[in-house]
Design a protein around this ligand. Structure first.
Ligand SMILES: O=c1ccn([C@@H]2O[C@H](COP(=O)(O)O)[C@@H](O)[C@H]2O)c(=O)[nH]1
Length: 235
């Protein structure tokens, strides 16, 4: 398993994204989410691919199986490395997502990894129980959703690093854990609820950490990225 720090490019438009990306000399693993993709569309993916960056397209699909399958067929043609859905869409929807990806991936290319969001890192156990009406503990909910995700044939999940250890123990080390909600101890947590430092995420066994504002708002984003990379990879 390749571990990596994925930088969340939560920017308004192409110009802001380019100004950020141009500061880096190395090839990165970046995440394009709803904000940037809805503003710029597939051309932002083309630009990042031309610059040799790996891409997680984080659109969190959640709809009826037929719609998700067709949407995934289109996303597969973009040549990104990873896409995702919400596990709450249920097993048939997740199976349809993988079918769409397989059908849409051009011959001779690997299909993108497909992972499912279990519970957003901005959700606390209390919020999940009182506002999503799931009468369970948060770790058990993440585990159960992860089991459904694996049963549907996906490659892994989005969860908090706090849940990673148990997921790998129960579902295997090759089941991908992609973990946002990463902050340095001195950072503001903003809207995140389940927050972990890069070192702790490494200790707990996350495969990927997703870091947005800690890097994008830093005075020196390149140095901050390199520091977080070292902390996570244990270099
Ligand atoms: O559960 C989830 C799923 C996705 N995200 C995304 O990750 C980044 C985190 O950004 P920060 O600035 O580091 O908080 C953001 O793009 C979210 O959409 C998540 O945070 N939690």
């Amino acid at each position: 398993m390749n571990k990596a720090v994925i930088i969340a490019l939560d920017f308004k438009n192409f110009e802001e994204t380019k100004a950020f990306i141009d500061q880096f000399e190395e090839s990165l693993y970046v995440k394009v989410g709803m904000e940037l993709f809805y503003a710029e569309g597939p051309q932002i993916i083309k630009y990042l691919k031309e610059k040799n960056h790996k891409i997680f397209l984080d659109l969190k699909l959640h709809d009826i199986p037929n719609t998700v399958k067709s949407a995934m067929k289109n996303l597969a043609r973009l040549g990104v490395d990873m896409v995702n859905v919400h596990a709450a869409g249920t097993i048939p929807m997740m199976k349809a997502a993988v079918e769409g990806l397989i059908e849409g991936t051009p011959e001779g290319e690997n299909r993108p990894l497909c992972i499912a969001v279990t519970q957003l890192t901005s959700t606390s156990e209390e919020m999940m129980q009182e506002q999503i009406l799931i009468n369970e503990t948060l770790p058990n909910t993440v585990l159960k959703y992860a089991q459904f995700t694996k049963e549907a044939g996906l490659d892994g999940i989005v969860c908090s690093a706090l849940e990673t250890k148990e997921i790998h123990e129960k579902l295997g080390l090759d089941f991908v854990t992609c973990t946002p909600g990463i902050r340095q101890a001195s950072d503001s947590v903003d809207d995140q609820k389940r927050v972990v430092t890069p070192e702790k995420a490494r200790e707990l066994g996350s495969d990927y950490i997703v870091v947005g504002r800690s890097i994008t708002r830093a005075q020196n984003p390149v140095e901050t990225y390199q520091l977080i990379n070292k902390q996570f990879l244990g270099l």
